[in-house]
Design a protein around this ligand. Structure first.
Ligand SMILES: Cc1ncc(C[n+]2csc(CCOP(=O)(O)OP(=O)(O)O)c2C)c(N)n1
Ligand code: SF4
Length: 251
């Protein structure tokens, strides 16, 4: 019988540990499909974060290095500079990338490091039990904002793609979602472009994926997808924020 749908080779046989309805697993699959399609498994190096995706080193069929909290782009910088022919990607949550790792994120982008960043924005610290993240929405109830995020004391959510779209080292800044088939397909094309940009030496590419954390949001998987559409998408519009190559606005 002809096989028409199978596990990408770039994923191992280790079962994911993610909660039911968590979209980390979908994004892992998309990254693996892209690695397969580009034929780069043997020369791809991942950098895993601190957060629920910490164990992605067990799931990807390539070398994956675990970075201290937020330092993935700095670690990726070192790997890429030492092994420029390799394809290096980070996979980071919003606590990792946009809180403790803000400096590494902004400065690796500013330097135009030729790396690919997969950014999972689920508006919360998932692994540690649902504390407020920099991306938590105004009035969002979390473990540390039981009355909702008060922007007067906790500030406003960081829109990472919009921020990085103004950085000259950036080639691609695109926000996607994986809430429906159409958006999954768009997300895959964005991830593929972010890897292809690196192969073409275009500079820093980031794909932000609006994601769900049903467990810490206290919702069913289906409710979580609807909450994402109703609450996250208006604040974090999907789209391409920069698409070019590093330094192109200076030419
Ligand atoms: C230096 C340091 N501070 C805090 C922690 C605790 N910690 C582990 S995971 C995490 C939050 C991760 O949240 P996020 O990056 O949004 O990923 P998610 O789990 O939601 O996928 C924190 C604060 C740590 N491991 N190291
Ligand atoms: S805690 Fe949230 S982010 Fe972590 S695996 Fe569960 S649903 Fe996913």
């Amino acid at each position: 019988m002809e096989v028409i749908f199978k596990k990408p080779h770039a994923l191992t046989d280790v079962p994911f540990h993610y909660c039911a309805g968590c979209t980390h697993g979908i994004v892992h699959r998309l990254v693996a499909e892209v690695i397969d399609e580009l034929g780069i498994e043997g020369k791809t190096v991942g950098v895993s974060p601190v957060g629920c995706a910490v164990m992605c080193y067990d799931y990807f069929n390539c070398d994956v290095i675990e970075a201290p909290h937020g330092r993935a782009p700095a670690v990726a910088t070192g790997i890429k500079r030492a092994l420029p022919d390799n394809v290096v990607f980070t996979y980071q949550g919003d606590g990792d990338l946009a809180a403790i790792g803000t400096a590494e994120t902004v400065h690796s982008a500013t330097r135009g490091e030729n790396i690919t960043v997969i950014f999972i924005n689920n508006t919360i610290y998932g692994m540690t039990g649902g504390q407020m993240a920099p991306t938590s929405l105004p009035n969002q109830v979390t473990q540390t904002t039981p009355y909702g995020r008060d922007v007067n004391t906790a500030g406003y959510p960081i829109r990472v793609c919009e921020l990085l779209s103004n950085v000259d080292g950036v080639a691609l800044a695109q926000r996607v979602a994986v809430d429906c088939v159409k958006n999954v397909n768009i997300a895959k094309q964005a991830i593929k472009k972010a890897f292809q940009n690196q192969i073409d030496k275009k500079g820093f590419s980031i794909v932000e994926v609006l994601s769900t954390c049903p467990t810490n949001w206290g919702m069913s998987p289906v409710e979580a997808l609807q909450w994402l559409r109703d609450n996250m998408m208006p604040y974090y519009p999907l789209g391409v924020y920069k698409d070019g190559e590093k330094g192109d606005r200076l030419k």
